[in-house]
Design a protein around this ligand. Structure first.
Ligand code: AN7
Length: 353
């Protein structure tokens, strides 16, 4: 199949017309990777376990799914500038799509708290980046206020076109499996993605494209788990900077996804996230730490649900962003390369072969 981008591919199910200019980088159509040893690693060896590898989108995260429509609709409305608050990936995506559309892009990031890859993307695409002396929630509050008074389109997930096109992730999973999975594991930060996937599954079952919907299993980082705790967190803490969010914009919708699907939203520790991140890397899949929260969540869930340990259910874990986004985290977890003399003997000596 030729890559066309999401707006062309799912046009009939999106709010577009012939008048909508399509701003695309051929996003979507990401791999649904079968796993090798991960099912065993999570303690449920018989699961049919798949990884929706969203890191292979054009800017390296799932954010491109929603951004293609948000920027296209902004262009259709004649907007010349967009603004977003971001823990990194939204800013990278907004910057790239705005560049493509020839629009000005303004980005507010929490100072010193976003991964290097993401920052470099926003800057290289020419976004006007401001490091706010505060956290993501402070930055989002500012974006809402600026959006109210200035002629600029907000492209955070409070922009409904973002969620609307992110739902295509669910379409792709069902299109590929021929049915919805039994469980859908997903990291939760601002809670837009869990909202979008749930919308996608519900639309597909209404269209008769699947006969069931999955249980939506959302995972926050323990130090940034407002939905699990039931109250906003003033000073969220986690190494998974992408989901370091204390007051999610789509909180209510995430609870609906959880409750309507009979799923759950839980929390995993930074250590559990790191262990999943490393286990994924050991089978060739490099995602960013926040993404590994889905797999860490699955492992934790299996521990408290012995029935799942023996089950052959179909499970999809979404890996939301590429590992290259945060090279500093990867390097902090592994030994540095050893310096050797440029001789065969030196290498053989080191390797013992
Ligand atoms: C890799 O970029 O919020 O629950 O500003 O980058 O839909 O927020 C990123 C979120 C998961 C959480 N994984 O998704 C941003 C931003 C990765 C992410 C999430 C994010 P939502």
């Amino acid at each position: 199949m030729t890559r066309t981008g999401l707006i062309h591919r799912y046009r009939a199910l999106l709010p577009v017309s012939e008048r909508t200019p399509v701003i695309s980088l051929q996003e979507g159509d990401t791999p649904l990777l079968p796993t090798c040893r991960m099912a065993e690693w999570v303690g449920a060896p018989h699961l049919r376990l798949f990884l929706k590898y969203e890191g292979l989108n054009p800017t390296g995260s799932f954010k491109d799914r929603g951004m293609t429509l948000a920027i296209s609709k902004a262009a259709e409305a004649g907007s010349q500038a967009v603004i977003t608050a971001s823990t990194g990936n939204t800013s990278a995506s907004a910057a790239a799509y705005a560049a493509r559309a020839g629009m000005r892009c303004v980005v507010l990031i929490p100072e010193g708290q976003i991964a290097l890859g993401k920052l470099s993307q926003a800057l290289i695409h020419g976004a006007e980046v401001f490091a706010v002396q505060g956290n993501f929630d402070d930055a989002l509050t500012m974006v809402r206020r600026v959006g109210e008074v200035a002629p600029i389109t907000i492209v955070n997930s409070i922009n409904p076109f973002r969620i609307e096109c992110q739902k295509t992730g669910a379409f792709e999973i069902v299109d590929e499996l021929g049915e919805a999975p039994d469980y859908h594991f997903i990291p939760v930060g601002n809670a837009g993605n869990i909202t979008a996937y749930w919308k996608g599954y519900k639309e597909y079952i209404a269209l008769g494209k699947c006969r069931k919907v999955p249980k939506m299993m959302g995972w926050q980082a323990e130090g940034a788990a407002p939905i699990v705790k039931g109250e906003a967190i003033k000073d969220p803490k986690t190494i998974a900077t992408a989901i370091k969010i204390g007051n999610p914009a789509s909180w209510k919708e995430a609870l609906e996804a959880r409750d309507e699907s009979k799923g759950m939203i839980g929390a995993v520790s930074d250590d559990e996230i790191v262990q999943a991140y490393l286990a994924l890397a050991r089978e060739g899949v490099f995602c960013e730490p926040a993404s590994a929260a889905s797999v860490a969540g699955l492992k934790k869930f299996v521990r408290s649900n012995p029935a799942l340990a023996l089950s052959s259910a179909t499970v999809v874990c979404v890996l939301t962003g590429h590992g290259l986004k945060d090279p500093e985290r990867a390097l902090a977890l592994v030994p540095k390369p050893k310096s050797v003399l440029p001789t065969v003997e030196a290498i053989r000596g080191e390797l013992g072969i």
